[in-house]
Design a protein around this ligand. Structure first.
Ligand SMILES: NS(=O)(=O)c1ccc(C(=O)NCc2ccccc2F)cc1
Ligand SMILES: [Zn+2]
Length: 290
């Protein structure tokens, strides 16, 4: 049977063979067309409230690296914005591409921040060389990667797994990471990746508050979608932050050095792990800027 991944033979175009919901009506990620987003005055600011002692372990599950949090009580929660009730922090994880100009999942106005390889957004930069001539460099701009902060509706459901099967069960905050300065907060995570290079490995990871990875502005777009990896359950209220945070090339490269194979297996690097944008199927996207 298909073991899903991100290669030619088991990647996103094959997932529907095992997970038919891949062709559902509320799949993620999507390309957010900002001009079509409809402002909803009832939407409030989001309010993350995390306790650093909730952080427990960092692991490599073969599809990404995640930091898992203690979600046995309402210690670290997200409230406000489009959310009715208290959503409990479960884990954070990342998606990236095989080169610095690809890798995030959601896109904004076609700027496939992350973009599958073809058609990624390019920005032309004029560079004046030392001897005065100008030349155009086409570097990709926009974000190259994405951080997902995953929460579940602890008001209405008794576990993550139960919530993951409900239409309002999960809330995931997406933060774009843009190539630039190295990110000192992200360093805490990238410095631990050497300890969990093989699939299935885990390491202690405590005293970490993921709000340190959030941008200054919490302006966001919100829409109803799904998990972006199998089982692709349609249970996610997406909250996509407009402002990216910075990450440097060297930090991104460390994610790509993770293995999608276990110890003792022929090594294969987890070079990319993002799903391309999916059809909107008539969904409304609400921007929230205040
Ligand atoms: N990329 S994302 O959309 O933010 C995303 C978030 C969480 C999961 C997850 O927890 N999967 C395991 C899982 C799924 C369903 C039920 C139990 C599970 F453990 C997958 C994808
Ligand atoms: Zn994700």
């Amino acid at each position: 049977t298909l073991h899903w991944g991100y290669d030619e033979h088991n990647g996103p175009s094959h997932w529907k063979e095992v997970f038919p919901v891949a062709n559902g009506d509320r799949q993620s990620p999507i390309d957010i067309k900002t001009t079509e987003a409809k402002y909803d005055p009832s939407l409030r600011p989001i309010s993350p409230n995390y306790d650093p002692t909730s952080a427990k372990v960092i692991l490599n599950n073969g599809h990404s690296t995640s930091v898992e949090f203690d979600d046995a009580e309402n210690k670290s929660v997200l409230i406000g914005g489009p959310l009715a009730g208290t959503y409990r922090l479960r884990q954070i994880h990342f998606h990236w591409g095989s080169s610095d100009d690809a890798g995030s999942e959601h896109a904004v106005d076609g700027m496939k921040y992350a973009a599958e390889e073809p058609g990624e957004m390019e920005c032309k930069e004029l560079i004046v060389t030392s001897h005065g001539e100008t030349k155009v460099s086409s570097t990709s701009c926009g974000a190259q990667e994405v951080l997902h902060v995953v929460h579940w509706n602890a008001d209405r459901y008794s576990s993550f797994v139960e919530a993951a099967r409900q239409p309002d069960g999960l809330a995931v905050m997406a933060v774009f990471l843009k190539i630039g300065e190295c990110n000192p907060q992200l360093k805490k995570i990238t410095d631990r990746l050497d300890a969990i290079r093989a699939k299935g490995k885990r390491a202690l990871f405590t005293n970490f508050d993921p709000s340190c990875l959030l941008p200054r502005s919490l302006d966001y777009w919100t829409y109803f979608g799904s998990l972006t990896v199998p089982p692709l359950l349609e249970s996610v209220v997406w909250i996509v932050l407009r402002e990216p945070i910075s990450v440097c090339s060297e930090q991104l490269a460390k994610f790509r050095s993770l293995l999608c194979t276990g110890e003792g297996e022929a090594a294969c690097y987890l070079l990319r792990n993002y799903r391309p944008p999916q059809p909107l199927k008539g969904r409304e996207i609400n921007p929230v800027v205040w």
